[in-house]
Design a protein around this ligand. Structure first.
Ligand SMILES: Nc1ncnc2c1ncn2[C@@H]1O[C@H](COP(=O)(O)OP(=O)(O)OP(=O)(O)O)[C@@H](O)[C@H]1O
Ligand SMILES: [Mg+2]
Length: 267
């Protein structure tokens, strides 16, 4: 599977509104999401992180600038296969775990036996073997989120988009899932963009962290994380971890304060 890089070239997006001033969500965002790497996006609430993911996904068109997908040595490519894990679990309540996971394969016309085989493998990858026939209501929040991750991974996407995938979970479940996801992305070679509010999560999972400014969102800093992998809770005791954490916290604190001052209203 050829890995795909995503380039944002001077991208802006303004939401027009009939009854009030337009909202400039993103302004002149230029950045590159490297192929086979995890890039974390971190920034104040409302700075345009989800909007950026929706542009990458093709659900929103930028009002300025260009989006490019680059394959291998540098040739442009068409929109790659992408999967998304949104913050809300978004499972179909009337389908079992395995039916939820296999749903996208069914839509893609994958034959039944292969569907079943791949779904079982994805379920095993998130440690849910034995729960195939449960319904979402019979699962805990953490288990549901793992089904969401399995459903994205089963498609073997070239690009994986994660919008605060662990936002709604308790701290312990979150840690376990972060470690699992770190392992999964390391082995899959997928290009991943992870939106998170957690500095710790960004450092544990990402190769590169982009810190965004308060709205209109721009890239304020690009920070490479060169801590060794596999990373785990033990990584948080590495002095390199603390140094990175402090640096990102400082950048973020300024932007969050700015967001509070300029972003009190909806504009
Ligand atoms: N469909 C829309 N129409 C109008 N404005 C929108 C729309 N979607 C988002 N916005 C505005 O664009 C800005 C960026 O929103 P976005 O959801 O991308 O922020 P975010 O960084 O993901 O925030 P959070 O961290 O709270 O999830 C916000 O001011 C939001 O109100
Ligand atoms: Mg968001």
């Amino acid at each position: 599977m050829p890995a795909v890089a995503i380039e944002f070239d001077d991208i802006g997006l303004t939401f027009a509104a009939a009854s009030r001033a337009p909202t400039v969500a993103l302004d002149a965002v230029t950045c590159r999401f490297e192929s086979g790497k995890v890039t974390a996006l971190i920034g104040p609430s409302g700075c345009g992180k989800s909007t950026l993911l929706q542009i990458a996904r093709g659900f929103l068109d930028p009002t300025q600038g260009r989006l490019r997908f680059v394959e291998g040595a540098g040739g442009n490519t068409f929109r790659p296969a992408m999967s998304t894990v949104w913050q809300a679990f978004n499972l179909f309540p009337w389908l079992t775990v395995i039916e939820n996971v296999a749903f996208g394969l069914d839509l893609a016309g994958v034959p039944r036996a292969e569907r079943e085989e791949r779904a079982r493998r994805a379920i095993a990858a998130v440690d849910l073997t034995g729960f195939e026939d449960r319904y979402p209501r019979q699962l805990s929040g953490g288990m549901r989120q793992r089904v969401g991750i399995a459903r994205a991974l089963v498609m073997e996407p070239e690009v994986l988009l994660l919008d605060e995938p662990f936002g709604a979970l308790d701290a312990q479940t979150r840690l376990v899932l972060q470690e699992q996801l770190a392992r999964l992305v390391e082995t899959s070679g997928t290009t991943a963009i992870l939106v998170t509010h957690s500095i710790e999560e960004a450092i544990l999972l990402a190769d590169t962290i982009l810190v965004m400014t308060a709205r209109p969102g721009r890239v304020a800093a690009r920070i490479d994380v060169d801590l060794p992998r596999p990373r785990s809770i033990a990584t948080t005791r590495d002095p390199g971890f603390s140094a990175l954490f402090d640096r990102i916290y400082e950048l973020l604190r300024d932007e969050v304060m700015r967001a509070m001052v300029v972003g009190g209203g909806d504009n």
